[in-house]
Design a protein around this ligand. Structure first.
Ligand code: ADP
Ligand code: MG
Length: 717
């Protein structure tokens, strides 16, 4: 009897295993087939040869041709990871680094974090066995602080270079130096050998070191192999990159693009969310099968459109095909991000609501219809007023073309531009590189920490405005990161450079340890780094407002955010104590968020960030303590770090920024929007829409400013 039972069990197990084997075999086969059909597959040999022959290579290829996922695998198979060396691929966006790494791990049939991994700010999935490493461009810059020669890497691929993020631009300059230094350091030994005979090695050493900024210490005897550099771009204009790298060779990969019909609106659309909603429904009811991709400006837009669609879908006729809405944006938990690649179940049409992440960084299969409102959210900075702002602006022509191209990857497609045809001609050809429109403080601080003392002498693709540089230097001096003669200060400047944060946040954390409120400040910074913590469907607005009232703090939004964070942590703790073992932390947190109208993905992202910066703070030996109920300490600490972002109330109820005398209003999400307005506040962000709004605000006493930021007040008088 027993034997029979066992054998039955075994038979069952074997059956299960063999179906698993079959399905995983089928999956592997499908992946192999997909890989083989990519345009890049036919030129593998040629590309490998080019990389071997050229130290710097530029690869230009249509989006979706397989550059990001395939090239690192070609290089791995071509022997570029021998002796434990690593291939690094940088991406401007964290979502791309994470999703692509997951895909490549799957293609290689390995566990993520082993041979293939990723590392982005606040999330590291690599190990000592990682050989293909996807990361953000900002992260590689930070690695250079610890390892100036980037000695672990045999090849660095700077992907999506056409995006021209600040980090990409600085990285290109830095890599040029590292490449020079590594080719020098390899031949140095032999040259030194030769010169030793001529008894002139000191002069030679000096000569070599003078050539590159980053040779911090002459690394005699270091046997670093030369660094291979590959710049990848989706835009066809490789000339700029080639010139910058001394006439580097450019290789073009032929893509396959099917025709895409472009449609424009007849009139100006006042509300692009509403226009997008109508277009989605129209396509769904009138056009043939195929998924839709909608480009939106950010998490807020995506979530409100998602709710609107869900409301309207209920009214669709019975029996018609259903819509599956899939959002993708950067602060979404990564397992949810991956959903975007899954084919829609039978009977469903997939509608992807994406930020410009889906323009070139990631390619989602199955798209036939693209809806493009023609807008993008960008950060810009005005050095004169020292104000950074978030603005929604028209895309460039290049972006519009990239977006429409997404509809024609697998067959003929359609793109619906939600603006008039006459508007297209008015668009700029391409977007201004970030380095020309962002605050340079962070970049300057990082370069200083890397030993580049004078940014004007650093070789960048763009010439920077002297005014912007001066203003950023001034800001760094005011924050105490630099001394009056513009040297990295000790220890504050060095500590600030080590944080993966904007200087103002790093400053707040460092100061908080002196004000005994680092515990609160860690939470605050983590919460400020993510978007839209509060959210409610329109019909539940009243109920939500009552819930939020429980979190609101009389002193302002920073402490309100701290309350939200703590309340969520308490609910987790309570259910743990109550012994609800069967529930995972995720389910508990989700439930709590739903009950309290808090955005789960934002909160979860903030929790991740919190644990990461806490790690940095601990490593630095900063003292983490809480100010308890003494919120005065916390507000004084905010004043000591955010003094460049102070606003004073005007007789008419509006505010005027102290630093640049701009008229601003309190954002509707602030706890002060409806209550009595304080005389003086610090704020986190200025948003320009039809009016100037300040967001995340806390009440302070103006008398504290001369006491807590004397260096600033002396420059103001
Ligand atoms: P490129 O970098 O040239 O734009 P990629 O290497 O990113 O191209 O993409 C190559 C192919 O891999 C595309 O067809 C894309 O759809 C597919 N792909 C990428 N990531 C995934 C994923 N996570 N799941 C399924 N397919 C994917
Ligand atoms: Mg790519």
């Amino acid at each position: 009897f027993i034997i029979t039972k066992n054998s039955q069990l075994n038979a069952k197990n074997m059956k299960r295993r063999s179906t698993e084997d079959n399905s995983s075999f089928a999956k592997k086969q499908k992946i192999a087939q997909q890989r083989k059909s990519l345009p890049i597959a036919s030129v593998e040999k040629r590309i490998l040869e080019e990389v071997k022959m050229n130290d710097t290579l530029i690869i230009v290829g249509e989006t979706g041709s397989g550059k990001t996922t395939q090239l690192p695998q070609f290089l791995f198979n071509g022997g570029f990871c021998r002796d434990g060396r690593v291939i690094g691929i940088t991406q401007p966006r964290r979502v791309a680094a994470v999703t692509v790494a997951k895909r490549v791990a799957e293609e290689c049939d390995v566990e993520l974090g082993q041979k293939v991994g990723y590392s982005v700010r606040f999330d590291d999935m690599t190990s000592s066995s990682t050989r293909i490493k996807y990361m953000t461009d900002g992260l590689l810059l930070r690695e250079a602080l610890l390892d100036p020669f980037l000695s672990r890497y045999s090849v660095i691929i700077v992907d999506e270079a056409h995006e021209r993020t600040v980090h990409t631009d600085v990285l290109l300059g830095l890599l040029k130096n590292v490449q020079k230094a590594r080719s020098i350091s390899t031949c140095k030994e032999s040259i030194l050998e030769g010169r030793k005979k001529a008894n002139n090695s000191a002069a030679l050493k000096k000569e070599i070191n003078a050539q590159c900024h980053i040779l911090l210490k002459p690394c005699q005897g270091s046997k670093l192999s030369p660094l291979k550099l590959i710049i990848m771009s989706a835009s066809l204009d490789a000339r700029g990159f080639s010139e910058y790298f001394g006439g580097a060779k450019a290789v073009h990969i032929q893509g396959r693009q099917h025709p895409v019909d472009i449609f424009y609106t007849h009139h100006v659309e006042q509300d692009y969310i509403d226009a997008a909603l109508i277009t989605i429904l129209q396509i769904h009811l009138e056009e043939g099968s195929g998924d839709m991709l909608v480009f939106l400006t950010g998490q807020d837009d995506i979530e409100s459109l998602q709710r609107l669609i869900q409301e309207r879908v209920r009214q669709l006729p019975e029996g018609s095909q259903k819509l599956l809405i899939v959002p993708i944006f950067s602060s979404l938990p990564s397992e949810i991000q991956m959903k975007v690649f899954k084919p829609a179940p039978h009977g469903f049409r997939k509608v992807i609501l994406a930020t410009n992440i889906a323009e070139t960084s990631i390619t989602i299969p199955g798209i036939k219809y693209v809806i493009d409102p023609g807008l993008v959210k960008t950060r810009s900075y005005d050095p004169c007023t020292r104000m950074e702002s978030l603005k929604i602006v028209p895309t460039s022509k290049a972006q519009a073309l990239q977006r429409s191209g997404r509809a024609g990857r697998e067959g003929a497609g359609k793109c619906f531009r939600l603006y008039q045809e006459s508007e297209f001609a008015k668009l700029a050809d391409s977007a201004t590189p970030e380095i020309k429109r962002l605050n340079l403080s962070n970049v300057i601080l990082q370069l200083k920490a890397l030993g580049v003392d004078d940014i004007t002498e650093f070789d960048l693709m763009e010439k920077l405005s002297m005014r912007a540089i001066e203003k950023s230097l001034e800001e760094l001096i005011l924050l105490g990161a630099l001394t009056a003669d513009k040297k990295l200060s000790n220890p504050v400047g060095h500590q600030m450079a080590r944080f993966p944060l904007e200087p103002i946040y790093s400053k707040a954390l460092i100061v908080a340890s002196e004000f005994n409120c680092l515990e609160e400040m860690l939470i605050t910074v983590a919460m400020l780094l993510v978007d839209s913590m509060f959210y409610a469907p329109r019909e539940k607005w009243e109920e939500a407002r009552d819930k939020w009232k429980c979190f609101s703090h009389v002193e302002g939004d920073h402490l309100t955010l701290v309350n939200v964070y703590r309340a969520s942590a308490e609910s987790l703790e309570k259910s743990r104590l109550a012994g609800s073992k069967e529930k995972t932390a995720e389910t508990i947190l989700r439930k709590w968020c739903k009950e309290n109208f808090i955005n789960y993905s934002s909160l979860r992202h903030a929790r991740d960030i919190h644990s990461q910066i806490q790690g940095h703070v601990e490593q630095m030996g900063l003292r983490i303590s809480s100010c308890g109920d003494d919120m005065l300490q916390f507000r004084r600490c905010l004043t000591a770090s955010f003094f460049l972002k102070v606003a004073l109330k005007q007789p008419d109820g509006s505010y005027r920024t102290f630093d640049s005398s701009q008229v601003v209003q309190i954002h509707p999400t602030s706890v002060f929007f409806r209550t009595k307005k304080p005389e003086c506040v610090v704020f986190n962000e200025l948003i320009r829409t039809e009016r100037n709004y300040i967001r995340d605000i806390t009440r302070i006493d103006p008398a504290w400013i001369p006491e807590l930021a004397p260096q600033y007040c002396s420059t103001q008088s």
